[in-house]
Ligand binder design. Structure first.
Ligand SMILES: [Zn+2]
Length: 254
């Protein structure tokens, strides 16, 4: 496997120019950009977003030495009125070599609409045999995760292709029992390095990420601080590499 870290969940369209530089300087050479169009009303907003990331931002990232891959899907923070048109288009976008997953999908409110949109996207992930990256909300987390895993189970997705992101102690048991992959968003609002190291056995199958966006204070290369924290505490190098690179490389074939 190549050297360098993999940022397994970011939003490339929100990363400032200096953020790409910081990612490169900290040793990130591959990144997965997840789809999000806040408050989207129209399917076209997603179509243009997918093309913008796969085209424009992939080239921009490459100028920093970062190979950018992307995931496509309808984010729960912006479900357009004509969302089924986005779902129908997903297999076409996934046929590109650099579009390697469905995401970021999931639920915030546990609404019927959110369940319908999630189910439809998991069906696409299953039929296209690609991983799906599932967002988890800030509140009511175990109940919403339970609902999402039930939907995934009924659709019949391969659990090893299901990423449950923003994992923490409150839901890690559900994720591991299902056999899904924990996404580890390393920042003060989510998982912190001390909690990760204290419960390494629970999170060892995970993939670290920074989930950069401009809607809260965070750092485009933040998860590398957790790598350094683990190195300073003599955590097994193989475990660090698994969390910072190898688990994502294997899942996404990147
Ligand atoms: Zn995200």
């Amino acid at each position: 496997m190549s050297k360098g870290y993999i940022e397994s969940h970011t939003h490339a369209g929100m990363i400032p120019y200096a953020g790409f530089q910081a990612m490169a300087d900290k040793g990130i050479n591959k990144a997965m950009s997840c789809a999000i169009v806040l408050a989207a009303r129209h399917a076209e907003s997603y179509f243009d977003h997918f093309r913008m990331i796969e085209g424009f931002y992939r080239k921009l990232a490459a100028s920093f030495g970062i190979e950018l891959f992307s995931a496509v899907g309808v984010h729960p923070a912006g479900i357009p009125d004509d969302w089924p048109r986005v779902i129908e288009s997903l297999p076409d976008f996934i046929s590109s070599d650099t579009v390697v997953a469905i995401g970021e999908v999931g639920m915030n409110q546990n609404s019927t609409l959110e369940k319908d949109v999630l189910r439809a996207q998991l069906e696409v992930a299953k039929s296209c045999n690609v991983p799906a990256i599932i967002h988890t909300p800030k509140e009511n987390r175990p109940a919403v995760v339970d609902e999402m895993l039930n939907i995934a189970g009924r659709v019949g997705v391969d659990p090893t292709l299901l990423v449950i992101d923003h994992a923490h102690l409150d839901i890690i048991g559900q994720i591991n029992d299902f056999g899904a992959v924990p996404g580890l968003t390393m920042r003060v609002q989510n998982l912190t390095a001390d909690v990760l190291v204290e419960h390494l056995d629970l999170f060892a199958r995970g993939m670290m990420n920074s989930d950069y966006s401009n809607i809260m204070p965070n750092d485009p290369a933040g998860f590398v601080d957790a790598v350094e924290y683990m190195q300073a505490r003599q955590v097994d190098e193989n475990i660090i590499n698994a969390l910072a690179r190898d688990n994502a490389a294997r899942l996404y074939h990147i």
